[in-house]
Ligand binder design. Structure first.
Ligand SMILES: CC1=C(CCC(=O)O)c2cc3nc(cc4[nH]c(cc5[nH]c(cc1n2)c(C)c5CCC(=O)O)c(CCC(=O)O)c4C)C(CCC(=O)O)=C3C
Ligand SMILES: [Fe+2]
Length: 311
C-alpha cells in the first residue's frame, strides 16, 4: 500500500537575496507603499552592517530540510511533503500554495516559523495562505498550527540556550543577572483587540525561566516600527538604560520571538543593543538562535504532527 501524503506549508518572513531586491521587499512589507529614500538608505545600511544581506534565507532552507527529515523519522508511515512560502519575498506563500495544489496535495497542515500567535503576525500568514487556497481551488483541506510557544521541546531547547548564555557571565554575578525575553514589538492597539501575543510571550518566558530555575527575568520588546502610533514596550534599549541606572553590570537577552539569525537579531540586538550596553558598562550576552538545532526542530515537528492528528 502506498503511504498517505500530507503537505506541510511552512511559512517564514523572507528576506531579499540581492541588494537591489531590498527596495521592492521593503515596499511589500509596507503593503505596496514605497519607502522614502532615507528609510531605504537606513535599511540598506543595517543590512550592510550585518554583512550585506541577511542569512535568513539560508537558515530557513536548513530548517525546512531539517523539519522534513525529523517528520520522516518521527512518523515513517506517512509521507510528509514540506514546502516553504514567504510572507514578503519569493517564493511567496501564494506561490507555495499554488505549487502544492499543482503537485496534487489535497490534505495539508500550515505552520509559521514563529512560536507566538498574534493576529498581526501569524494571523496574516494564515490569511495569505487561505486567500491563495481559494484562488487556486486547493489543497482541499488545510488546517493550521496557531502557536507552538509552549511545546516542551521549545521550552527545553530555549532553556538550554539561555543557560549557555548565562554561563558566559562571571559565576559570582550569574544568579542575579537579569534575563530579558524579547519579541518583535507590535502596535499597542493589539491589547485592546484581545490579542493573545503579550500573554503568550509572558507564559513561555516564565516556563523557560522555571526550567532553569532562574528567578530574575522579565519580558521586553524590540524592533518597533518607526511610526507615530504607540508600540508595545518597554523597548530593549530603554530596558538597558534602566538596568544601568539600577547598577546592573550584566544582562542576558533571549530574542525568543524569532527562530533564526537575521537582521532583528544580528543588528537590533548584536550591534545596536550591545553598543548601548557597552557604553553603559553592561556586559550583554545574547542567547543563541535556534536555527536548525535538532531539539528545536523536534518541537516544530511535534506541533505539526499534533495538528495533523487532530484532523
Ligand atoms: C511580529 C514580527 C516578526 C516576528 C514574527 C515573524 O517572524 O513573522 C517580524 C520578523 C521579521 N521582520 C523582518 C524584517 C523587517 N520587518 C519590518 C517591519 C515590520 N515588522 C513587523 C512585525 C514583525 N516582523 C512590523 C509590524 C513591521 C512594521 C511594518 C510597517 O512598516 O508597516 C521591516 C521594515 C523596516 C523596519 O521597520 O525595520 C523589515 C526589514 C525579518 C527579516 C529580517 C532579515 O531580512 O534578516 C523578520 C524575520
Ligand atoms: Fe518585521
Amino acid at each position: 500500500m502506498s503511504k498517505k501524503i500530507i503537505g506541510i506549508l511552512t511559512m517564514a518572513y523572507g528576506t531579499p537575496t540581492a541588494v537591489d531586491e531590498i527596495e521592492p521587499y521593503y515596499t511589500h512589507i509596507r503593503r505596496g507603499r514605497p519607502p522614502e529614500k532615507q528609510q531605504l538608505d537606513d535599511l540598506i545600511a543595517r543590512y550592510e552592517a550585518i554583512g550585506g544581506l541577511s542569512p535568513l534565507n539560508e537558515i530557513t532552507g536548513r530548517q525546512v530540510v531539517g523539519l522534513a527529515m525529523t517528520l520522516a523519522q518521527m512518523e515513517p508511515d506517512v509521507e510528509y511533503r514540506v514546502y516553504i512560502g514567504m510572507k514578503h519575498w519569493h517564493p511567496y506563500i501564494d506561490e507555495a500554495v499554488q505549487q502544492m495544489h499543482a503537485d496534487g496535495i489535497t490534505e495539508a497542515v500550515g505552520i509559521v516559523w514563529a512560536p507566538h500567535y498574534s493576529s498581526m503576525s501569524v494571523g496574516t500568514y494564515i490569511e495569505y495562505a487561505e486567500k491563495a487556497r481559494e484562488k487556486y481551488g486547493g489543497p482541499a483541506k488545510m488546517t493550521y498550527v496557531q502557536d507552538w510557544h509552549m511545546q516542551p521541546n521549545f521550552i527545553a531547547s530555549t532553556a538550554t540556550r539561555v543557560r549557555a548564555a548565562l554561563d558566559e557571565i562571571p559565576e559570582a554575578q550569574r544568579a542575579e543577572t537579569p534575563v530579558v525575553f524579547t519579541a518583535h514589538s507590535l502596535p499597542a492597539r493589539i491589547t485592546q483587540m484581545g490579542d493573545p501575543y503579550p500573554q503568550q510571550i509572558e507564559e513561555s518566558a516564565r516556563a523557560i525561566a522555571n526550567a532553569i530555575g532562574h528567578k530574575n527575568w522579565f519580558t521586553g520588546w524590540q524592533s518597533a516600527g518607526r511610526t507615530p502610533e504607540p508600540w508595545l514596550g518597554p523597548d530593549i534599549l530603554d530596558v538597558i538604560k534602566e538596568q544601568a541606572q539600577q547598577g546592573v553590570k550584566s544582562l542576558v537577552i533571549c530574542p525568543f520571538g524569532f527562530v533564526s539569525d537575521h537582521l532583528e537579531v544580528l543588528y537590533d540586538v548584536d550591534i545596536e543593543a550591545k553598543q548601548l550596553a557597552n557604553e553603559l558598562g553592561i556586559q550583554l550576552v545574547r542567547a543563541a538562535s535556534p536555527n536548525d538545532e535538532f531539539d528545536f526542530l523536534r518541537a516544530v515537528a511535534t506541533a505539526v504532527l499534533e495538528q495533523a492528528d487532530k484532523d
